[in-house]
Design a binder for this molecule. Structure first.
Ligand SMILES: C[S@@+](CC[C@H](N)C(=O)[O-])C[C@H]1O[C@@H](n2cnc3c(N)ncnc32)[C@H](O)[C@@H]1O
Length: 257
């Protein structure tokens, strides 16, 4: 994997941490209390979820494709003796010695699986690493037609934050096009600094529609046992922004019915 293949916002963990808010840790702590440890996180980035789980004494391994993101995660945990291990790896082809009680694909990381073949490779690797009674938890957005159909001229403000190098503010705006036939939203980000200089970045996100996702999971040996529309675990409805899925190995899911 070359640096050119990594989306721009994942090339500096310090900027990534400023760009996005903090995760809903009460949700993730509850997931782990229900399904157990050890945990494997796919696409752990700078450890926004990984580190608070390790701080709660949950044994966790995080894998990520971006060395820059992992470097920042490791810096945050240095000399802290937490039960966490950050590894460079690809969620479509990882190989770990141990099996996991809970495997999580959080933060809409599903969108980084660019087609159904990549999703299938990832889900099969998850199946092979999941304890027979374990749970695979996916937290992703429901593709919203109102967003996908926006004009490529629409400029959305994503964030404004203080430059971690102390060079003033950075405003991040974005435009996007949606490729219907590939189900990929191609986002261009514009990072405007206080001195007026602008740098561009690119981010590609594959959209997974709910029925397609469930069919893919089924195809890879999973049964969806829970579906929530938000972190409060409300039922999914046509207004839900999120699809939060718990899937189990088929034979086990049927046994517990
Ligand atoms: C949206 S970020 C989420 C990071 C972290 N989970 C969080 O909540 O802040 C997505 C992460 O997935 C990683 N990623 C993208 N494709 C990947 C792949 N094929 N295998 C492993 N990690 C990948 C990116 O490098 C990035 O760190």
């Amino acid at each position: 994997m070359k640096i050119d293949d990594i989306d721009h916002i994942y090339r500096d963990g310090r900027h990534y941490d400023c760009l996005f808010g903090d995760p809903d840790m009460s949700f993730w702590l509850n997931i782990v209390a229900t399904y157990g440890t050890p945990i494997l996180e796919l696409g752990c980035g700078t450890g926004k979820i990984t580190i608070p789980l390790a701080e709660a004494d949950c044994k966790i391994t995080g894998i990520d494709l971006s060395e820059a993101m992992l470097e920042h995660a490791r810096a945050k945990t240095q000399n802290r003796n937490l039960p966490v291990c950050f590894k460079l790896g690809d969620m479509t082809e990882f190989k770990e010695e141990e099996k996991f009680k809970t495997i999580i694909l959080p933060s809409n990381n599903l969108a980084h699986l660019m087609d159904y073949r990549e999703a299938e490779k990832c889900f099969r690797a998850v199946f092979n690493h999941l304890d027979d009674d374990g749970a695979f938890v996916i937290d992703a957005f429901v593709p919203a037609i109102s967003i996908l159909s926006k004009s490529s001229d629409d400029v959305e403000t994503l964030s404004e934050y203080d430059d971690p190098d102390g060079e003033g503010k950075i405003e991040v705006t974005a435009t996007a096009i949606y490729e219907n036939h590939l189900q990929i939203r191609r986002v261009t980000t514009f990072h405007t600094r206080s001195d007026g200089t602008v740098s561009k970045g690119y981010l590609n996100m594959r959209m997974y529609f709910p029925q397609e996702l469930e069919a893919l999971l089924n195809h890879c040996g999973f049964e969806v046992t829970e579906k929530h529309g938000n972190y409060q675990k409300d039922q999914v409805s046509s207004n839900s922004i999120k699809q939060i899925i718990v899937a189990k190995k088929k034979e086990r899911a049927n046994q517990s019915e």
